[in-house]
Design a protein around this ligand. Structure first.
Ligand SMILES: [Zn+2]
Length: 207
């Protein structure tokens, strides 16, 4: 299950990343933070995507593939840490209590994204919480998670982790955390097949 979820979400999240076809899952091993997916991707570009602009220059695209995979590995470790995934109804309050410096208030989303918030909080904490860092807003917009923060110190690492979380949320069902896709409807939503109830993928050719 863990391996299958990783493969599906990674395949979608790295769809436009150079060298993503070289991704190979080597196994899943236990660790103190939960089950860890071991992967290798020898051809995967280590750089953040850059999209050229017609008049010259570029805009920054999705975070670098290896960074995305590192965050996805922790997402799954959080999700499967205590056995089959289950988010208690108090998950948001629990997260704010466990990570008060990062979440002064409980993050706002459906339960499927609970492990994304948790993975982000853990990775930021382990690297060292930037000086004056705090979350100022959390929400869902256009089917993906939005996490707004402020900091007084160097927050480049935290910023990159959050960019990875935002990107991965486009491929994680906001209701249950299984692999999902953005779906059409009165609002764009990220949902797995079970929660989509027939809603068509937002982008052509995705299934
Ligand atoms: Zn779902």
């Amino acid at each position: 299950m863990i391996r299958d979820e990783f493969t599906v979400i990674a395949g979608r999240a790295l769809r436009l990343h150079q060298g993503a076809e070289s991704l190979e899952v080597r196994g899943v091993r236990p660790s103190p933070v939960g089950p860890i997916v071991d992967w290798k991707a020898p051809l995967l570009s280590p750089d953040r995507q850059r999209r050229p602009l017609p008049g010259g220059g570029h805009v920054l695209g999705a975070p670098a593939g290896p960074d995305l995979l590192a965050v996805l590995v922790r997402y799954q470790a959080c999700r499967w840490r205590h056995g089959p995934p289950h988010a208690p109804s108090t998950w948001a309050e629990d997260l704010a209590r466990a990570h008060p410096k990062i979440f002064p208030f409980p993050p706002a989303s459906h339960a499927g994204w609970s492990w994304l918030w948790e993975a982000g909080a853990e990775l930021i904490t382990e690297h060292g919480i930037p000086r004056g860092f705090k979350t100022v807003d959390t929400k869902e917009k256009f089917g993906s998670l939005r996490w707004y923060t402020e900091a007084k110190g160097d927050d480049r690492h935290a910023d990159n982790v959050i960019s990875c979380i935002d990107h991965i949320s486009n491929f994680v069902c906001e209701y249950c955390g299984a692999p999902g896709l953005l779906r059409r409807g009165s609002w764009v939503k990220c949902m797995c097949d079970a929660h989509a109830q027939g809603r068509k993928p937002f982008r052509e050719g995705e299934a």
